[in-house]
Design a binder for this molecule. Structure first.
Ligand SMILES: [Fe+2]
Length: 209
């Protein structure tokens, strides 16, 4: 009797598994992370979405150009039109344009360091910036903030997938514990010959709660 009941349970179990709940849920939100100490105290004269070229300067910023693009979405995957996206990061020497930055005077003045734009009707955004580099104490990252008309506020950071320093970076590790959230902050870089010779590109959807 016992044996036959167990056989029955094992035999039917596999076919009666419910549809995994994770597939029915909405998108995972981009995780909130610290703003850090280097959000601008004053904005540059040029704060468009091309950080590699400062208006009025002939020289282009040093470093590897990265086209960072994607959509701003809500948890149901709907585009968030008009969301304000801001990014900021250090230059190719690891220096921020900020009063608390030691050696600020040595920074690359051809790098804009900060940029902002509004998401289009389909949620799309795009920045021309640099592949981030490491500086003492941090693995390479790009800071971002998003503000929506509905009042959502996100402060986060993007990282380069596979960068060896990521696993030693406490801020990255805390945000990447959940694999669905990790996917939201790891940039997979690909060459982008169609966009720019020698440039890289990545697609990062930003999901706001
Ligand atoms: Fe930083």
């Amino acid at each position: 009797m016992k044996t036959s009941r167990r056989t029955l349970i094992i035999g039917t179990g596999a076919s009666l598994l419910p549809f995994p709940a994770a597939f029915a849920a909405g998108l995972a939100a981009t995780p909130q992370q610290t703003e850090g100490p280097f959000y601008p105290t004053s904005f540059p004269a040029d704060m468009d979405n091309d950080l590699v070229q400062v208006r009025g300067q002939a020289a282009q910023a040093m470093g590897t150009v990265l086209h960072l693009q994607g959509r701003v979405l809500d948890l149901d995957g709907r585009p968030v039109e008009g969301a304000l996206i801001e990014i900021w990061q250090c230059d190719a020497h690891g220096l921020y344009d900020h009063p608390r930055q030691p050696g600020r005077a040595r920074r690359d003045s051809a790098f804009q360091g900060y940029g902002r734009m509004l998401a289009a009707a389909d949620g799309r955004y795009g920045f021309r910036t640099l592949k981030p580099v490491a500086y003492p104490g941090r693995t390479p990252h790009i800071h971002l903030k998003v503000a929506t008309a509905a009042g959502s506020r996100l402060t986060s950071q993007f990282y380069v997938a596979g960068e060896p320093g990521n696993e030693r970076d406490g801020i990255f590790r805390a945000a990447a514990l959940d694999p669905r959230r990790r996917e939201r902050i790891e940039m997979r870089l690909a060459s982008a010959p169609g966009l720019e010779a020698g440039g890289l590109a990545t697609t990062m959807d930003i999901v706001v709660a």
